[in-house]
Design a protein around this ligand. Structure first.
Ligand code: NAD
Ligand code: ZN
Length: 324
């Protein structure tokens, strides 16, 4: 681990949990550098990243320094990217504190920051040495953030595991309440699914794309409404309903399957009605997200609950869903 540890967190989480983490680290006898970033997606950019580099250099952190990300997906993504770049790569550990980060963003090694011209457009693949998720920290998480995290839990079940999907349906009230036993099981199984998918395709040449179920529509909603209006998980919840509608129109699933997914998303207190942006605008935003100029867009669709696939879909077909 080296002789120095840099604890990177944000101004909201620092007063809640940093002291506890510092006291856990104290017996190791390491030199501790603490870096507190401003809170929010709006700060997930170059200047914040540079704050980390400046502090690490000023404190003479060396190539063996381990960075620890204590926070949600924003802190995790920036810290991971800082670790990928600092002195051409130092180890880092994720200590995720939101449900979304515990079930999704802390696992898989995608790190990065936003650019004014696109979300998560600058980044690197850099795997954490460890991910340490303590569900007790979720007690202070606002209800809206908890629901947003549940969107990724539902996604994991929908794309990869029917039994898990059934389990989420049965336990949705407990999950909404933040029941500890149910939450631990949701975090455990979601991470297991994500880790399995990523292990088979770390650089997203194929199967890893299935984790983007609901995300092409979701990212278009986030960008189209202006970042921050809907949380990422809210947009993904609604995006999964849109993807299910598309799957039904293409004859892959029946209407009962789509209704089941929609009901579960609504039961998790997530939106299911797409905001009206106009189909031209949706298509434009979906092309930016997919980094493509092509006539068709690769969409993640449902074959059934528990199994997803990637399919090329034409604008014509997409328009039918976007105006529905
Ligand atoms: P976030 O990091 O902004 O956290 C949400 C809010 O909750 C913040 O205000 C944060 O300070 C606060 N918070 C965090 N933990 C808390 C706690 N325990 N108690 C009280 N408040 C707490 O948002 P997020 O949803 O965790 O992450 C979203 C980010 O994750 C996006 O930038 C997205 O691009 C990224 N992401 C990355 C991946 C990946 O694979 N790397 C996957 C999904 C999402
Ligand atoms: Zn997501």
């Amino acid at each position: 681990m080296g002789s120095t540890v840099a604890l990177i967190t944000n101004a909201t989480i620092e007063p809640l949990y940093a002291a506890r983490l510092r006291s856990t680290l104290a017996p190791l006898g390491k030199r501790l550098i603490q870096i507190v970033l401003p809170d929010g997606e709006a700060h997930k950019h170059w200047e914040t990243l540079n704050l980390i580099f400046t502090k690490l250099l000023a404190e003479r952190a060396d190539r063996k320094t381990t960075l620890i990300a204590l926070g949600g997906g924003v802190v995790g993504d920036i810290t991971g990217f800082a670790a990928a770049c600092y002195m051409r790569g130092v180890p880092f550990i994720q200590v995720p504190t939101t449900l979304l980060a515990q079930v999704d963003s802390s696992v898989g090694g995608k790190t990065g920051i936003n650019h004014p011209l696109g979300k998560n457009m600058i980044g690197a693949f850099h795997q954490p040495q460890a991910v340490i998720a303590d569900t007790a920290v979720l007690r202070t998480l606002p209800a809206r953030e908890l629901a947003a995290g549940l969107a990724e839990v539902i996604k994991a079940g929908a794309i990869a595991d029917t039994v898990f999907f059934d389990w989420i349906e049965t336990h949705i009230d407990a999950l909404n309440r933040g029941d500890e036993t149910a939450t631990i099981e949701a975090v455990r199984r979601s991470c297991e699914i994500k880790a399995q998918v990523v292990a088979a395709d770390e650089r997203e040449q194929g199967r890893r794309a299935l984790l983007n179920f609901g995300h092409t529509f979701g990212h278009a909603i986030e960008a189209g409404l202006g970042y921050g209006r809907w949380l990422h998980g809210e947009a993904v919840g609604c995006g999964m309903v849109m993807a299910a509608t598309l799957s039904q129109q293409l004859g892959l699933i029946d209407s009962a399957t789509r209704t089941r997914l929609k009901r579960l998303i609504a039961a998790a207190h997530l939106p299911t009605q797409a905001p009206i942006l106009g189909s031209d605008r949706y298509l434009e935003l979906m092309r930016v997200d997919k980094k493509t100029e092509a006539e068709h867009i690769n969409c993640i669709l449902l074959k059934r609950l528990g199994e997803a696939l990637v399919m090329r879909v034409t604008d014509h077909t997409l328009r039918a869903v976007l105006t529905a």
